[in-house]
Design a protein around this ligand. Sequence first.
Ligand code: SF4
Length: 409
Amino acid sequence: MRFSSFSGRTLLVSHIIAVYTVPMFHSFSQNDVVQVAEALLRWFEIHKRPLPWRQRYTPYEIWISEVMLQQTQMERGVSYFLRWMTRFPDVRSVAEAPEEEILRYWEGLGYYRRARFLHQAANIMLEQYDGTVPDSVEALSALPGIGEYTVAAILGIAYERNIVSVDANVERVFSRLLNVDSPVKKNPAASFIRKEARRLLPDGRARAYNQALMELGALICGKTPQCSLCPLSVWCVARKLGLERERPVSAAKTSIVPVSSVHGILICERNVLLFQRAPSGLWGNMWEFPGVLIKNETPEDALIQTMKNLGLPTEIIAPLGCVQHSYTNHKLTARFFRIDTVPHLSMKEISARLGDNIHRFVPWNKTEELAMPAHHRKMAERYFLRKHRIKAEQLPLQEGNHETHCLLD
Ligand code: SF4
């Protein structure tokens, strides 16, 4: 792989050479570097969105917003951010909160490991940095859950250091501007994009520059680029070659693995039985309806056997439908059934049989206070909370609502 410099006039020649020799990335000329950056910053000044963390640019708010936005759409991210800041206005409030509450406020964003890391990092910041977000690459990189991108975003956007943060938006913009024809997440393209992004950074303007690139990728140079609105279109190589929709080049897709689970909703005296997952691993420490992953057996058999293993002979009362949920490279179909013990046991008798602290009866209208994986939350809302909002006393104690369709997450 070779890199070369070009100006607009030499574009065609460069392209012909590229076609007949080896794959090659274009690179901005020194003259273009200044003009592209200026055009980008001018555009950002006019078109930037009034996001809540753009009012004060505190390192804490930039940190939280960046972690949240890594996994959600902007509109949703803003509502989570505002809710979070009301409850956790600073590092200390995060550090001193129980993990369960952190997870509850994070619920729905997914990637719960990030919330746990965030909690751990806040504790370290409180102990070692007096409750402030540190301002060096070394200190930030040593914190749990803060990777290269977040370090760069905090230092560039909050502390205005001359450092660039390259996210998927920035990769997409540069892959088109410079017609990068190999997967952007892998070298040599990945390091080339970072090098070019760094070349364009005007001294002392990291805050505006980093956000401008991300904003351009989010608003103009998205999946379907709006080149007629783009302030950088005159420098865009992919557009000139008619290849903007072919960029960025993605790596081969990983295959999706389907998995199934089954869960029982066991209600006793207006309380529902929940199970707390182990602290480590997927959805660690979160609460869910007891159940099991299904292999070859029927969901009903798998559920009855699981409950029996807990010392609770059980019968199926009614199917409640299923929820589909995607995570990493898995697509989970979770089936839910209303169940009861045979013979019918009281809450006290069931608790005595379980004899552990990872199962707990919770008043059915209090499940929203506990952190739950998204598919369990969705079923809980369907089964309990909607009824609660309508009229609490109407909750059927023995009947399911017989939803049989799948709810898409
Ligand atoms: S001209 Fe089009 S493809 Fe090129 S950077 Fe602008 S929006 Fe993206």
